[in-house]
Write a protein that binds this ligand. Structure first.
Ligand code: NAP
Length: 544
């Protein structure tokens, strides 16, 4: 090892200091006793919660499920303030975790990894950063997030805009003062639906530019009391264990019954109760077949449309807000606070850009085919180059100098969504082909981190130098991911899950829709069979 801190050899390099990178560092360093460094572009921990500071940003998973579970004391000592944690609270939580486990001393902030090349001559990864670091590491592990590469659409004229503009995923730390301003929001996905009601309260006038209307369920944030959160702590063991083996990473009793086997009154009663309760329970606990049977799904979709009709005063606006071109939850299901009610405000207008698309951004605002809207601020809630975007922004090369970007030109390929064949000792936490974004993230991250750290421990104990996904096992896994997705309604929407939001991106369903519990079981079986599907190369020739 050299003495220059910028040119070092380590056991592992981890990219990103969000939930994934933080826990990975803890496992590698504090559990396995290896040397590891995390590189993080931001100036502190938090990952998505560091960058997403837009008004109204909060998590759609309930607070007591959106946290680490690996340390019982950590879980007991932290107290959430309500049902869905707001971004500042999650950031405080992650800062507390960093402090508690003294993680920051091995995280190099304000440093972006620019390249990672597998050096076949050394059996090491050579990692370079924008700060001039060059590190050799045995293991290259990514915790880059699934939705971290923000996407500002290429609209003619943005450079000429005289006002200010921001993407929700790169929000100024000092905040944005909308008081009295004319604000335009483009995008009505999870970020837009959260930001719109909050911006509307402050702005002089808000214009929402909507391409696809959305199904969204009220969050009902106020329905959880401190007493409930306190009582839940007594049941954490049971709650966390059930979440680990569930489909969606929660402990909810997921519905099995069919929406088509009850009469209209009973179906409406069940939907009404779930609507009142709020949140993802509407999707998970009403009927089991709404995610895969179109006719069952139609009943949920129609129920939500009836709610839009009830809530929105102006029938023309209500009509524009009604989703009809895709099934409920075939795009990411949304949860909101006062989203539809916001369109009853005097200072809010809805512009349908599906039928009158944006033609240009001008010096003064946004011009659609039907007219020009004068604006002081434009908010791009336009999403991300999901799952693969963050990888493509790093020059990652495996054996023979093969670029990951080239390998993935027709869609991402990786065994278990963890290990691309041809890229030895590389592991992706919540990579494409894993349950990741279709599940509550912390338990799915913990499963991946634990699989990787157990695998690394196995390699150390068995004198294994390299672990590389077998190309055939990878191909079978990719087929399996596609097959599972093909039976769901996800295929019927133009969503970022399918890369449909990025011009030219191949239409491939990227996350694994089989559920976290099923996936965990498969991973456990693979580990028990001596990491089946991986080619393991010993450090020394093994005598037989
Ligand atoms: P998103 O779901 O991809 O939504 C982007 C929105 O921008 C969509 O309404 C999209 O319309 C619109 N859009 C994109 N490009 C456009 C263009 N060129 N012209 C006009 N409209 C355009 O992005 P997001 O809302 O940032 O959410 C991304 C993911 O992050 C979510 O699915 C979720 O997984 C995660 N997230 C979670 C939370 C939470 O837990 N509370 C909050 C925020 C984000 P189309 O629908 O027509 O494409």
């Amino acid at each position: 090892m050299t003495t220059d801190t910028r040119h070092v050899e380590l056991d592992a390099v981890v990219v990103g200091a969000g939930f994934s990178g933080m826990y990975m560092l803890y496992r590698l360093r504090d559990v396995l006793g290896l040397s590891a460094r995390v590189f993080e572009a931001g100036d502190d921990v938090g990952g998505t919660w560091y960058w997403n500071r837009y008004p109204g940003a909060r998590c759609d998973s309930e607070s007591y499920l959106y946290c680490f579970t690996f340390d019982k004391d950590l879980a007991q000592e932290w107290t959430w303030s309500g049902k869905y944690p707001e971004q500042p609270e999650i950031l405080r939580y992650l800062s507390h975790v960093a402090e508690r486990f003294d993680l920051r001393r091995d995280i190099q902030f304000e440093t972006r990894v620019t390249a990672a090349h597998f050096r076949e001559d050394l059996n090491r990864w050579e990692i370079e950063t924008d700060q001039g670091d060059r590190v050799l590491a045995r293991y290259f592990i990514t915790g880059v997030g699934c939705i971290s590469a923000g996407q500002v659409p290429d609209i003619k004229g943005l450079d000429s805009f005289q006002g200010e503009w921001h993407h929700t995923g790169a929000w100024p730390h000092e905040g944005v003062d909308f008081t009295g301003k004319r604000v335009g929001v483009i995008g009505t996905g999870s970020s837009g639906v959260q930001a719109i009601p909050v911006i509307a309260q402050q702005a002089g006038h808000l214009t929402v530019f909507q391409r696809t209307p959305q199904y969204t369920i009220p969050a009902r944030h106020g329905t959880v009391t401190p007493e409930f959160l306190d009582e839940v702590k007594g049941r954490y063991d049971e709650i966390f264990e059930k979440s680990r083996w569930s489909r969606g990473g929660t402990h909810y009793d997921e519905a099995e019954g069919s929406a088509l086997e009850v009469d209209d009154d009973e179906r409406r009663r069940i939907y009404e109760a779930a609507w009142e309760q709020g949140g993802f329970k509407f999707l998970l606990t009403t009927f089991g077949d709404i995610t895969f049977d179109r006719r069952a799904n139609d009943t949920a979709a129609e129920f939500i449309r009836s709610k839009i009709r009830e809530i929105v005063d102006d029938p023309e606006t209500a009509e524009k807000l009604m989703p009809r071109d895709h099934p409920f939850a075939s795009k990411r299901a949304l949860i909101d606070t006062n989203y539809f009610d916001t369109y009853n405000r005097e200072n809010v207008d809805l512009v349908d850009i599906r039928h009158a698309p944006i033609e240009a951004i001008t010096a003064n605002g946004i011009r659609t085919r039907e007219g020009e809207y004068e604006l002081d601020v434009i908010v791009f809630a336009t999403g991300y180059d999901g799952m693969t975007g963050a990888f493509n922004r790093i020059d990652i090369r495996g054996r023979g100098g093969e670029a990951l970007k080239e390998k993935w030109a027709e869609g991402p390929k990786a065994y278990l969504g963890l290990s691309p064949a041809g890229f030895p000792n590389m592991f992706m936490i919540t990579g494409p082909g894993s349950p990741s974004v279709l599940s509550n993230m912390p338990p799915t991250i913990e499963q991946h981190v634990e699989f990787v750290s157990d695998f690394v421990e196995y390699m150390v104990e068995h004198g294994i130098e390299l672990a590389e996904a077998d190309a055939e096992a990878e191909a079978e896994w990719v087929d399996h991911v596609n097959e599972v997705a093909s039976k769901t309604l996800y295929m019927l929407a133009d969503s970022w899950y399918l890369g449909a939001n990025i011009p030219g991106k191949p239409r491939v369903f990227m996350p694994y829709a089989g559920g976290l519990g099923v996936y965990r079981e498969k991973c456990n079986e693979i580990a028990e069979a001596g990491y089946e599907g991986y080619v393991l190369q010993s450090r020394e020739p093994v005598e037989v």
